[in-house]
Write a protein that binds this ligand. Structure first.
Ligand code: PMP
Length: 369
């Protein structure tokens, strides 16, 4: 498509690139194609822009949002909130007092960067205890429900239950991945099966993995292997015994894993074929691997997706695909480092990495004589 003037930021949601992660594939001895779906290039900075746009537009079409009155309240780990605040900032015409206000409830562990972005977009932000169980009144969900009961015209679009969450991915993220793979020809330098053979994504609400899986399996390749990444400490993985050992363990990666099963996460065996448990210890080095080798400034859960992909490809079920040139393995990279610049895990990989030979040479040159 030739460049065009867009009406507003919502027109720049999605349409993200699928990028070869060739150096990482080579470093890990993979013969298959490893491809990253780079969601931080969406205008609000994450994969969740897509569902925010879809949920607001659907609610508007159904007459559930009343300009000048509705207050959009949402419990989120931040990225859905940023998408909603962006959508509502566009709608909110302060001079005429039309549009929607936004209140975001968010657990304490989520980054200051997300809170700052939300406030910059005009949202109110309420922090809740990270350790509160999802169904307790103190949790981000409980507090959102209390506010909704008390605030006139308060509405929770509810990403955990809203069909437009997985649907947004079935209609946009999935088709974009399929189109990129199908329309890239197989060449001697880059052989391709012409299909998405494996899809790897982390799950929070589960909307991303469920929706992309449906798009691929219904319209493109019913035999695609869909691999879910679930952090140790969360209970989303199946079979459930995978979660037993670490249930309740705290982890630092944001946006994936829960202590309840969201309605929008498909439990049908065929939608998500395999689950891999991930950890902070695997995820952050994987982020560093992506930054150093591919030049992509991704966030923490992107490291979880990559670490799950590498675990699966190195295991018994994945070995054949890993060793077959042309097989396409797509890894969803949900957000970027903008959200985590002040987090100690990032400062560690950025500033405390082993000095390179070049750094040592510079030190020698600049040493006072
Ligand atoms: N990674 C990040 C950084 C996220 O914010 C989210 C959304 N919670 C996810 C992954 C998982 O996406 P989903 O909710 O669609 O499962």
């Amino acid at each position: 498509m030739s460049p065009q003037i867009l009406d507003n930021a919502l027109d720049a949601v999605g349409h993200t690139p699928l990028i070869r992660l060739d150096k990482i594939a080579k470093l890990n001895g993979l013969k298959c194609n490893l491809l990253g779906k780079l969601e931080y290039t969406s205008v609000g900075g994450s994969v969740k822009d897509r569902i925010a746009k879809a949920m607001v537009e659907a609610a508007e079409a159904e007459g559930k949002l009343i300009p000048g009155k509705s207050v959009v309240i949402e419990p989120t780990s931040g990225n859905t909130g940023i998408g909603l605040a962006m959508a509502c900032a566009i709608k909110l015409l302060n001079t005429t007092d039309k549009g929607y206000s936004v209140i975001i409830t968010m657990p304490n562990k989520m980054s200051l960067e997300k809170e700052a972005a939300l406030r910059a977009l005009g949202a109110e932000v309420i922090r809740t205890p990270t350790e509160a169980a999802w169904d307790s009144p103190e949790s981000h969900i409980g507090v959102a429900q209390k506010l909704q009961r008390e605030i006139p015209y308060g509405i929770i679009l509810d990403q955990y239950r809203n069909v437009n969450n997985p649907l947004a991915h079935e209609l946009t993220t999935g088709p974009e991945i399929i189109e990129a793979v199908v329309s890239t020809p197989s060449t001697p330098a880059h052989p391709s099966s012409g299909k998405v053979d494996v899809l790897v994504a982390g799950a929070g609400t589960g909307g991303t993995i469920t929706g992309i899986s449906r798009a691929i399996k219904k319209t493109h390749n019913k035999d695609c292997v869909v691999v879910g990444a679930d952090p140790r400490g969360s209970i989303l993985a199946l079979p459930a015994e995978l979660n037993n050992e670490d249930e309740g363990l705290a982890y630092v990666v944001e946006g994936i894993g829960y202590d309840f099963i969201p309605d929008v996460l498909s439990r049908k065996a065929n939608d998500i074929d395999v689950w891999i448990k991930t950890s902070d210890e695997d995820s952050f080095p994987a982020v560093q691997m992506i930054m150093r080798n591919e030049g992509l400034l991704v966030g923490g859960s992107s490291g979880s997706s990559l670490s799950a992909a590498l675990q699966w490809l190195n295991g018994d079920d994945g070995k054949l695909i890993a060793g077959t040139p042309g097989k396409n393995v797509v890894v969803v990279l949900p957000d970027g480092i903008r959200n985590y610049m002040s987090k100690s895990w990032f400062l560690k990989i950025a500033l405390e990495a082993e000095p390179t030979p070049l750094a040592k040479a510079i030190k020698d040159i600049l040493r006072p004589v």
